[in-house]
Design a protein around this ligand. Structure first.
Ligand code: DQA
Length: 152
């Protein structure tokens, strides 16, 4: 049950993102996932949203979270980690969600190895934010606010 009646934005993080801060800081920065989520909660509060966040190491857990978000959450922000590049089950699950979906990457996969250039999430997302590091989640929440305001 939601703690408040504010619209809920679900922020999903895929494999290895629990290691942010320790994992390749030269690529992903020194902020931990908790740092990113705390900052996201502050931004969400200013925008009038409630944030729920989940980190999962497998596509199946993320698929279940997306099913549970249908008709309960206003929007989904997702950094699927490496699942971005091949997890069609995640893509299919997101396609069943009717609200805004923002794909976030801390790094810019387009400037990295070629296997990171394809995203199977991008075709079902409202838009993608990549390469802005610690600003990614703040930018994504502002994108959600803009898209939800457009719908009113
Ligand atoms: C990432 C980019 C992916 O290619 C990679 O597998 C990650 C993190 C990012 O945030 O830049 O785990 O999604």
């Amino acid at each position: 049950m939601a703690k408040t009646s504010l619209p809920i934005v679900l922020i999903l993080s895929g494999p290895n993102l629990n290691l942010l801060g320790q994992r390749q800081p030269e690529i992903y920065g020194t902020a931990t996932l908790d740092d990113h989520m705390n900052r996201a909660e502050q931004t969400a509060a200013k925008l009038g949203f409630e944030v729920e966040s989940l980190v999962a190491q497998s596509a199946g857990e993320l698929v279940t979270a997306i099913h549970n978000a249908r008709s309960r959450c206003a929007a989904i922000i997702i950094n699927p980690g490496a699942l971005t590049h091949f997890a069609w089950s995640l893509s299919d699950a997101l396609a069943t969600f009717s609200g805004p979906i923002i794909e976030v990457h801390l790094s810019n996969p387009a400037t990295r190895e070629s296997w990171r250039h394809e995203s199977v999430i991008a075709p079902v997302a409202s838009g993608s934010i990549a390469g802005f590091g610690a600003h990614g989640y703040t930018l994504a929440l502002n994108a959600v606010a803009t898209l939800l305001a457009d719908k009113k």
